[in-house]
Design a protein around this ligand. Structure first.
Ligand SMILES: NC(=O)c1ccc[n+]([C@@H]2O[C@H](COP(=O)([O-])OP(=O)(O)OC[C@H]3O[C@@H](n4cnc5c(N)ncnc54)[C@H](OP(=O)(O)O)[C@@H]3O)[C@@H](O)[C@H]2O)c1
Length: 240
């Protein structure tokens, strides 16, 4: 009976992850959403009877702290999280370049895209809620790859790209730092491809079910030696 925890599940890729995981009644799913006051119609429609919808604003450390307490109560003492998927993310002011960066937009993106996944792991670990062999997936972007970004013209999404590069480096640190606490833990970052969601837009090339089908295949096949890796949704390794 594996336990999954997924962030940002009211729409987009997070919603599709919950939809696919809900198809097995063996899976316990903690599906988090920024606010329980949001429109959760789509999430409730795909949730199974073992899906628990909890509030977690991943851009707010106090909210993550409250969520961890609620998650502990929900899991009831014996269960731990086997798979943590940090999917929540934002891409703000995509027109800004490195020469026109807005400090507020950059701070918000770093807060949600980097500090959120960092504090989720730290606080869930402190609460003893991560299983010994936990698999942690940080949803990044090809725009977070230094090597891929060098060739992109016209340049775009500078703040987002900088925040996802930070998330990639966080992944490398987490993969090493967790070893002393949870020797079997595996931490990776995942580029979902260009997906038709509100963020990806209509011009994107992948349906959410194609991207998420691949992501879950990669996640379930992870071995200890894969920790610290950067994957594309189809299992190819991405350049850093
Ligand atoms: N779609 C793509 O082509 C693409 C490509 C590369 C990487 N990605 C990455 O994939 C992940 C999911 O993207 P998506 O395409 O599903 O985007 P999306 O359709 O815009 O959905 C983003 C999700 O993140 C949630 N979220 C944003 N800020 C949050 C916060 N502070 N606390 C909690 N939840 C928050 C949103 O909730 P609200 O409704 O409350 O805002 C929503 O559920 C992101 O990390 C994104 O960077 C996507």
């Amino acid at each position: 009976m594996p336990v999954y925890c997924v962030t940002g599940t009211n729409r987009g890729i997070g919603l599709e992850i919950v939809r696919q995981l809900s198809q097995s009644s063996d899976n316990t799913i903690i599906a988090t959403t920024r606010s329980l006051s949001s429109d959760l119609t789509d999430l409730k429609a795909v949730a199974s009877s073992s899906t628990h919808i909890l509030e977690c604003d991943t851009g707010d450390v106090a909210s993550i702290r409250s969520f961890v307490k609620e998650a502990a109560q929900t899991l009831g003492g014996d269960k731990k999280i086997d798979f943590l998927l940090n999917s929540a993310g934002v891409n703000l002011a995509s027109w800004q370049s490195s020469l026109t960066l807005g400090p507020d937009e950059l701070h918000t993106q770093i807060s949600i895209n980097v500090i959120g996944p960092a504090k989720m792991v730290e606080l869930l670990l402190d609460a003893g809620l991560l299983s010994r062999d936990v698999r942690i997936l940080n949803m990044t972007s090809g725009l977070g790859s230094m090597q891929s970004s060098l060739g992109i013209k016209p340049r775009k999404c500078a703040g987002y790209s900088i925040s996802k590069a930070g998330l990639n480096m966080l992944t490398v640190h987490q993969s090493e730092d967790l070893k002393q606490h949870l020797p079997g833990a595996v931490v990776i970052c995942m580029d979902p491809g260009w997906v038709k969601t509100r963020m990806g837009g209509e011009g994107a090339v992948l349906e959410p079910h194609e991207s998420v089908g691949g992501i879950l295949r990669v996640l379930h096949a992870l071995k200890p030696e894969d920790t610290g890796s950067f994957y594309l949704y189809n299992g190819e390794k991405c350049p850093w």
